[in-house]
Design a protein around this ligand. Structure first.
Ligand SMILES: Cc1cc2nc3c(=O)[nH]c(=O)nc-3n(C[C@H](O)[C@H](O)[C@H](O)COP(=O)(O)OP(=O)(O)OC[C@H]3O[C@@H](n4cnc5c(N)ncnc54)[C@H](O)[C@@H]3O)c2cc1C
Length: 256
């Protein structure tokens, strides 16, 4: 088994799979020369988790955080202490431009309109440009897979793509809660495959096909860009009109 990425997700998945399938060989590929991903990369002063540390972890190695300790407290970034931003807008000492950034310049920004904005500090708050699978290009039998044409099964397998799991954690709760569930599911799937002699697991969209919506649903996040997007869809059974036959859920195709 190959795991790409030695962040919290890859290491967590490796632990789950190693625990339940000690006989299988696992290799972890990591682009950096160290482990830990995000939590190793970000080292700016004050960097910390904003979910509770009690749930950030895996069931096989629970934290022993003391209640009330700094690691158990939450923080919030989306606040303006003292309302100073609103006061500046009211005083007229803050201004807003609606334009498109053409490029950074030596002393600020050049806008598409040709206007130049001088700035000592530029804060980019332009949201996420989500790149699924870390921009890995997937092919099946030499045919490129367009992720936007796939439907995700249980949030981690892709329709038509055999033996590939795509681990994304929760964004509105501790990331690891979902990675833990994914690791356990993968372990169960492997156990089932071993028991029945299967070497391939590939989800397929049923007939009639599922109603789908973009994935991840990302509660509270703006919709991800449409054309050119490279993210899979998710089945959305609740979209079935009442009285119509319920679409068959994605079914695993397991083969030897
Ligand atoms: C500032 C910040 C604060 C956060 N706070 C929280 C929080 O409070 N609670 C929470 O639950 N989550 C938080 N998160 C989310 C965080 O991303 C997850 O907690 C978790 O660390 C993600 O782990 P990961 O292994 O999925 O990804 P990463 O940590 O990004 O690890 C991915 C690894 O894969 C490697 N990689 C990528 N592509 C390739 C490739 N093609 N080949 C080989 N290696 C590759 C990368 O080098 C990296 O090491 C925060 C994230 C950030 C940036």
């Amino acid at each position: 088994m190959l795991i790409v990425g030695a962040g919290v997700s890859g290491l967590g998945a490796a632990c789950h799979l190693r625990r339940d399938h000690p006989g299988r060989r696992i290799a972890i590929l990591e682009a950096r020369d160290t482990l830990g991903g995000t939590w190793d990369l970000f080292r700016y002063p004050g960097v910390r988790a904003d979910t509770d540390m009690h749930t950030f972890g895996y069931a096989f190695a629970p934290w022993r955080a003391r209640p009330g300790s700094p690691t158990a407290r939450r923080s919030s970034l989306s606040a303006f202490p003292g309302g100073d931003l609103f006061a500046a807008v009211s005083r007229g000492t803050a201004s807003v431009r609606t334009d498109t950034v053409a490029t950074f310049t030596e002393d600020g920004l050049l806008l598409a309109s040709g206007e130049r904005l001088a700035a000592d500090i530029i804060v980019t708050a332009t949201g996420l440009n989500v790149e699924a699978l870390g921009d890995v290009r997937v092919t099946v039998d030499d045919t490129p897979v367009n992720l936007a044409d796939t439907v995700v099964y249980k949030g981690l397998l892709l329709s038509g793509v055999p033996n590939l799991a795509y681990l994304v954690g929760y964004t509105h709760a501790s990331w690891t809660l979902r990675i833990g569930l994914a690791g356990e599911y993968l372990s169960r799937l492997l156990t089932h495959m071993d028991a029945h002699g299967h070497t391939t697991a590939r989800p397929e969209v049923g007939d009639p096909p599922l109603a789908t919506r973009r994935w991840p649903p990302a509660a509270g996040h703006p919709p991800l860009p449409g054309p050119g997007r490279r993210l899979p869809d998710a089945g959305y059974a609740r979209a079935t009109p009442p009285g119509r036959p319920r679409p068959v859920a994605n079914i695993h195709r397991l083969s030897r």
